[in-house]
Design a protein around this ligand. Structure first.
Ligand code: SF4
Ligand code: SF4
Ligand code: SF4
Length: 351
């Protein structure tokens, strides 16, 4: 079907919403609670548009397209309504962008910029929330939360860890972990799904704080080195220091759709560890010493041969690794079966 947005015609499919068609065609409509992975919520009302033949303004995130629909996203009435919503969101939090970790990657900032909001207009007294610094990898600044609910959907429906929800009433409403516990003592598994979905600086990667602005970090896509699922990662790298600052899941990856577990998202400090083994080590008289590859491989081969000659091929077993490729695992099982002569082959995923 076809719909008109701001006087131009666009192709659309019946399963799409007006917001999706607009975003797909590069037409920005402010939206704070909608995310492609948490779906339409129609809560923040920043995405309102005008539709010919419909009374009042409509939230575009949950408005299904109809053939020949005529939509206006930028009339004075639409922009005034969007502006009030975004202005109120800015006014009900401590939005000190200069010091905020999210500066430059903040959807509230983008909306304020689009609508020309220079300062919050409303004086709203908000509870003075203490920072929640209790968990290993995530920093919680509730006074930047705009109550969009994306983290709640992400934690409960996407990764199904069921930790975050809203609690209390009115201006006291806030996100809580379990029964309002500090995040670090709750049942949170630190997967960081909530951090990736948060449109503002309310949930951020603790170890990345102060280590580089988003525009200074190079984004490099790769595959997680931990397990055979093969989640796609986006490394944010300080290229001058050659250091990984943070990791995000790649949203359009069919494998993980932006989600990661705690290892893939936060377990990257080994990359820079000075304790990484870069050479084989041989133990002699209880002490490890560095060796060359030829020496180490010859030693292992001769010890295996001794064991096999003495006790037979089935006295050894091989455990393959989820951290290597399918091809490497194939070669490994071939080696165990053909060269060593045993079917004792298993995989670290079953340890
Ligand atoms: S959350 Fe966004 S709007 Fe608020 S201070 Fe941070 S960058 Fe600014
Ligand atoms: S880190 Fe994961 S488990 Fe913890 S609150 Fe966020 S989404 Fe839920
Ligand atoms: S913490 Fe972030 S994602 Fe969660 S409700 Fe607040 S603003 Fe939305």
């Amino acid at each position: 079907m076809k719909i008109m947005i701001n006087g131009k015609s666009y192709q659309a499919s019946p399963s799409e919403t007006v917001l999706q068609v607009a975003l797909r065609n590069g037409i920005y409509i402010p939206h704070l609670c909608y995310h492609q992975r948490t779906g339409p919520a129609a809560k923040c009302r920043a995405c309102v548009v005008q539709v010919e033949g419909m009374n009042g303004l409509q939230t575009s995130c949950n408005l299904s397209v109809r053939d020949n629909m005529k939509v206006i996203t930028d009339s004075p009435a639409v922009k005034a309504a969007q502006k009030m919503v975004v202005d109120l969101a800015l006014s009900t939090g401590k939005h000190d962008c200069l010091a905020c970790e999210q500066n430059g990657d903040c959807e509230l900032q983008d909306a304020a910029y689009y609508l020309g909001i220079e300062h919050p207009s409303y004086q709203v007294e908000i509870p003075d929330y203490p920072l929640d610094d209790s968990s290993e990898f995530i920093y919680v600044e509730r006074d930047k939360c705009i109550s969009c609910g994306r983290c709640v959907v992400g934690c409960n429906q996407n990764v199904v860890n069921e930790v975050i929800n809203f609690a209390y009433r009115g201006f006291e409403t806030k996100i809580v972990f379990d029964q309002d516990l500090p995040m670090g003592t709750s049942s949170c598994v630190q997967c960081g799904e909530c951090v990736q979905l948060c449109p503002v600086g309310a949930l951020i990667d603790k170890r990345a704080r102060g280590k580089g602005r988003p525009w200074n970090l190079e984004k490099i896509e790769t595959v997680c080195p931990y397990c055979g699922v093969g989640c796609k990662l986006e490394l944010h790298v300080d290229t001058l220091k050659n250091e990984i600052i943070r990791i995000k899941g790649v949203e359009d990856s069919p494998t993980n759709e932006g989600m990661l577990c705690v290892k893939g998202r936060y377990g990257f400090d080994f990359v820079h560890s000075p304790e990484r083994l870069t050479k084989p080590m041989i133990k002699e008289n209880g002490q490890l010493r560095e060796a060359e590859w030829d020496e180490a491989i010859n030693l292992v081969a001769s010890r295996f041969n001794e064991i096999i000659e003495k006790h037979g091929s089935d006295s050894v077993a091989g455990l393959a690794s989820a951290k290597v490729t399918n091809e490497e695992n194939f070669v490994f099982q071939k080696f165990m079966r053909r060269e060593v002569g045993t079917n004792n082959v298993d995989h670290c995923a079953r340890l």
